[in-house]
Design a protein around this ligand. Structure first.
Ligand code: TPP
Length: 366
């Protein structure tokens, strides 16, 4: 007996990748990008500022004045453009590689240094936004973002939320749960995945068998695309369209920004221990895709930027950074009980006892 089954195609999907500038800074898009020139300059300046600030932060860590730091070196385009593109009323649930976005959102360098210096007061942003503190717990911010987006929807506010995370985060349950809720509730939520292809020592191919991270959105019926993550223009258009759609009840979007982590994950690791020779070569080659150089080439070809402007801006950044570092270093240490301060409006009995014990210890040590 011979059985044949009848199959009908019931759904099919494609994943698109968006690019506007090639690695030489040449335009690939038909769009009229000229009217937006001040925007490209602002993003470029934001990337330089972020790069210099992060270099300083690493030096502070190396000299014992910060606990740890994670840079976005070579992948500044995603975080800076993301912060630049959001409206003030939107809300960012950032992760630890979002220094560039937070600086764009008006978070001060002093606050960021306090945070990385282990001081809880660094999470109290005074930037007049409702942005969340930096998430260290991988993917936790995706669920927080879904909750906030649901609140905006219930209040009928025209505001969008961005959940920013890395590729490793998309391997966690929190990510899938948030994505599922975003789809089923049609939340005003944009996921921006910084796919730098490493989760500390674990390369992407050991995280997932999926050919793109964008396609993870398909199962949740969430719109998705991949963008060249070193191309500020492509990132800008993708995020702007997604935010506009979210604010106008058009539902959620997932944007996978494809880039590469050139250096270490953070100041606490060294890639030579886990990247083999070929992977080290790939990391070196990835430097040729540098988003800063790419946008610089574009701006210079348009006669919008030159060495003189560059040097002037670098000088301004350095002065700005040095002043922030001085202020950060002059902040006196918080009290030990600060580790309890932010979890509860009023402490439960068990914590009251622990705080008392801590204060006793503190006094007897003094
Ligand atoms: C829930 C949880 N598990 C483990 C860690 C330790 N950890 C910190 S960062 C990281 C890798 C995250 O990689 P990815 O999401 O790709 O972001 P990237 O740092 O590469 O930008 C891990 C496992 C953590 N912070 N939270």
């Amino acid at each position: 007996m011979h059985h044949t089954d009848q199959f009908t195609e019931i759904a099919s999907f494609t994943i698109k990748r968006r690019s506007c500038l090639n690695p030489n800074g040449e335009l690939l898009t038909e769009r009229d990008v000229q009217p937006d020139m001040p925007r490209w300059i602002a993003i470029y300046k934001g990337m330089l500022l972020t790069r210099l600030f992060e270099q300083k932060a690493v030096r502070l860590q190396r000299t014992g004045r910060l606990g740890i730091f994670a840079t976005a070196f070579g992948q500044e385009a995603i975080t800076v453009t993301l912060g630049h593109t959001m409206e003030k009323e939107d809300l960012l649930c950032p992760y630890y590689r979002d220094t560039g976005a937070l600086l764009q959102r008006g978070v001060t360098m002093d606050e960021l240094l306090l945070y990385w210096g282990g001081d809880e007061r660094g999470s109290l942003f005074h930037n007049d936004s409702d942005d969340f503190p930096i998430a260290i717990m991988v993917a936790s911010q995706c669920l927080h973002a879904a909750g906030v987006a649901k609140a905006f929807q219930l209040r009928r506010q025209q505001r969008a939320v961005i959940a920013s995370c890395g590729d490793g985060a998309t391997s966690r349950g929190d990510f899938y749960e948030a994505l599922n809720l975003a789809g089923v509730w049609q939340l005003p939520l944009v996921f921006v995945i910084n796919n730098n292809q490493w989760a500390i020592s674990v390369p992407l191919e050991q995280q997932t068998a999926a050919r793109t991270l964008a396609q993870k959105a398909l199962a949740a019926e969430v719109s998705c695309e991949q963008v060249d993550g070193n191309d500020c223009m492509a990132i800008y258009y993708a995020i702007r369209e997604a935010l506009d759609k979210a604010r106008n009840n058009g539902g959620p979007t997932l944007i996978e920004a494809l880039t590469y982590r050139v250096h270490e994950h953070s100041t606490a690791d060294s890639p030579e221990y886990y990247r083999n020779d070929e992977q080290q070569r790939v990391a070196k080659r990835a430097l040729t895709l540098d988003p800063v150089r790419r946008l610089s080439r574009f701006l210079r070809s348009q006669r919008q930027w030159n060495d003189c402007l560059e040097n002037q801006w670098l000088r301004t950044c350095r002065i700005f950074i040095e002043k922030a570092v001085t202020r950060y270093l002059s902040v006196s240490a918080d009290t030990p009980e600060s580790i309890f301060r932010y979890n509860y409006a009023s402490w439960p009995e068990v914590l009251v006892a622990q705080v008392a014990e801590l204060n006793d210890d503190d006094q007897s040590n003094a």
